[in-house]
Design a protein around this ligand. Sequence first.
Ligand code: PMP
Length: 312
Amino acid sequence: MRAGSVSFEQTKWVWMNGQCVPWTEANIHVSAYTLHYGRGVFEGLRCYQTVSGPALFRVDSHLDRFHASARTYRIEIPYTSGQLIDAICEVIRRNEFESCYVRPICYLGSKNLGIRATCPVEVAILAWPWETLLGDEGKEGGVRVTVSPWVKFNSRMIPTTAKACGQYLNSILAVGDALDRGFEEALLLDGDGFIAEGSGENIFLVKNGQIVTNDERHSILLGVTRDAVIKIASDLGYDVEMRAISLDDLLDADEAFFTGTAAEVVPIREVDGSTIGQGGRGPVTKKIQNIFSLATNGGDERYHDWLHHVYS
Ligand code: PMP
């Protein structure tokens, strides 16, 4: 399977509005509000295989963000986080997955149209096996990225800290352009010309043993993987500085990497033909990748709190 491609073939059940239904019955009407205007919110989290069975990684943080994104768009998700965790576990168990990607979505269904319309709030949860977004090769050797001609929208236009359906048009334009030009991922700048983030990843730099990342002042989604990596890096004894990152900072970095649920931790080896550091996976990135991997598979006790076992 090509890196980034998705296969739904193994998914038999979808959780929809309170129950698991067969894949072929998980449908919505063409008049659904969210289809027309993009007002809906979603999450992406992973379930990893551990020695104690499949476990959700940082599900509480993902569901907190899910509810926060919904509030931003004046949508009230009709389920508590506890109910949603039960639903996620149920759909993973029904599909008999050992590991998978999980996509809860809250959308507005069909009643009437016009942006002021009030429509029923619906929730669905999909799960499917999905290898890492940028491929195992990317995780080991790094990816080649390009600075996008598409600027990341800022939070006075659309709040970047919310994970809402329509907001992804910006990422789709950027990644489409990057792939057309032969790159693996796009890097979006904010309105001031500083680096914001990838189409679906946050960014970190390593310079002289210090780790740098940006924050919501630079039009990013506050990633759950970003938060995990900040904690892991601090626990490893690194100083993590949060500040604006210029393109020069990136080009001058010893190492750079992306973080995201779909991509996980991926080195950036080249930006528009300029090599970053030694042009592969640097030692700090590798160390963080290793601990991140242990955190997700239950191999590091310090991070057991980040796992919620599906069969517990
Ligand atoms: N930025 C954007 C725009 C994203 O879509 C994602 C993926 N959710 C991220 C950053 C990384 O967030 P997380 O680590 O929570 O997956």
